[in-house]
Design a protein around this ligand. Structure first.
Ligand code: NDP
Ligand code: MG
Length: 385
């Protein structure tokens, strides 16, 4: 039977790799919908190749251009809610949009009772309680695409929830692993974007360099698997071959190993509960000389600790931190603040968090808005200081 797939964020790093997965198993999948923000040419190329029923464009100003380029049978929808409106069009919706903008897609997919292949971790982190309600009430399920959580999802199949002792998330350590705080004062945007093992979009690559990505992933793991923060650990593993581990109550640890290739977790989420028929690289055990593990450096990379703090505070604190982080990362990428100030800005922003409860999606949007406003002011102050 063919599985219909909606790839939202199809022009990005995850989106294009997802289409590669679909290309590899044409009898298994049919692309029902594609969506992106404003990459009209690439989106049109994808529409011509995959012939979806509908293509969604976030930026309404370019809808006319897109209509002129896609096959006549393909409907084009455009505007703020366009991607969300197509979330119900498929058996599996891959949310590969970057940032908080992915929240309505996550909610709409779960509320419609569909499977959500979730790359957009920000929606789960910011929308925590609201997403959980949609997940429980709508009948939809989340299958994680993030490689660590995909690994945990696989390892957790080996035991019951009550038998889980610890989740151990691995981190590559990013481009600045092993460097001290003082040594990091002068790093540039290009340095931060040069990830040693993964090729990803700019936002998550910067998050990897600060270890905020791992911090966000700790919150993501808590939300996905309902494991307490005291039982979620992070270990640095520079080879990115062990993608994460679960330690069970008897001391047995299960790990998932594979070459660093995001197509594997994407294919896992699309094929679930089956497995993909395509091997994304095989480990050559005789050549894999070593697997290293070390503790993360909490002093040089304070963002990891800030994420634990926000996660433990719960409620709207993760949403607040997530919004502040998006503003700080944008400011860094625009050359407005140095890398070393990202954590400082986030620390100041988190200190102002006031514990508003997250009762509904409007409350999440309001917390996100206020945190962005505050963080923008903190950035302005530090620019003029
Ligand atoms: P990219 O920046 O490469 O791609 C982002 C995609 O989202 C593009 O298709 C972009 O469209 C679209 N987009 C951006 N803003 C909006 C918006 N406001 N509304 C609708 N669509 C929008 O990001 P990545 O693929 O790297 O990351 C996507 C998500 O997956 C992130 O949440 C990230 O944390 C997560 N992830 C990524 C991994 C990776 O290897 N890249 C690994 C694990 C998780 P356009 O091209 O038109 O701008
Ligand atoms: Mg990850």
């Amino acid at each position: 039977m063919t599985t219909t797939v909606a790839v939202l964020g199809s022009t990005g790093s995850i989106g294009t790799q997802a289409l590669d997965v679909v290309r590899g198993e044409p009898d298994r999948y049919r692309v029902a919908a594609l969506g992106a923000w404003s990459s009209v040419e690439l989106l049109a190329d994808q529409a011509r190749e995959f012939r979806p029923e509908v293509v969604a464009l976030g930026d309404p100003a370019r809808a006319g251009e897109l209509r002129a380029l896609v096959p006549s049978a393909t409907e084009v929808v455009a505007g703020q809610d366009a991607l969300t409106s197509v979330a119900g069009h498929a058996d599996v919706v891959l949310n590969a949009v970057v940032g908080f903008a992915g929240l309505p897609i996550t909610l709409a997919t779960l509320e419609a009772g569909h499977r959500l292949a979730l790359a957009n971790k920000e929606s789960l982190i910011a929308g925590g309680p609201v997403v959980q309600r949609a997940r429980a009430g709508g009948g939809g399920e989340i299958v994680p695409v993030d490689s660590e959580h995909c690994a945990l999802h696989q390892c957790l199949r080996a035991g019951g929830d009550h038998e889980v002792a610890r989740l151990v998330l691995t981190a590559s350590g990013g481009p600045f692993r092993g460097r001290s705080g003082a040594d990091l004062a002068e790093v540039t945007v290009d340095d931060a974007l040069a990830h040693p093992t993964w090729s990803m979009g700019p936002k998550i690559t910067v998050d990897s360099s600060t270890l905020m990505n791992k911090g966000l992933e700790v919150i993501e793991a808590h939300e996905l698997f309902a494991v307490a923060y005291d039982r979620i650990e992070v270990v640095v593993h520079p080879q990115s071959v062990v993608h994460s581990m679960v330690e069970f109550s008897d001391g047995a640890t299960l790990a998932q190993l594979s070459l660093p290739d995001m197509r594997l977790p994407i294919a896992y989420a699309l094929a679930w509960p089956e497995r993909s028929g395509i091997p994304f690289g095989a480990i050559d055990w005789a050549r894999l000389a070593r697997l290293d593990f070390e503790a993360p450096d909490a002093d040089a990379f304070p963002c990891l600790g800030l994420a634990y703090e926000a996660g433990r505070a719960g409620g709207s604190a993760p949403a607040w931190l997530n919004a502040a982080n998006e503003v700080a990362v944008d400011a860094f990428l625009a050359g407005r603040i140095p890398w070393s100030l990202i954590a400082e800005v986030l620390k100041s922003a988190l200190a102002e968090h006031d514990g508003t409860p997250l009762d509904d999606v409007e409350a999440v949007i309001e917390v996100d808005r206020r945190a962005r406003e505050l963080t923008t002011k903190i950035v302005e102050r530090s620019v003029t200081a």
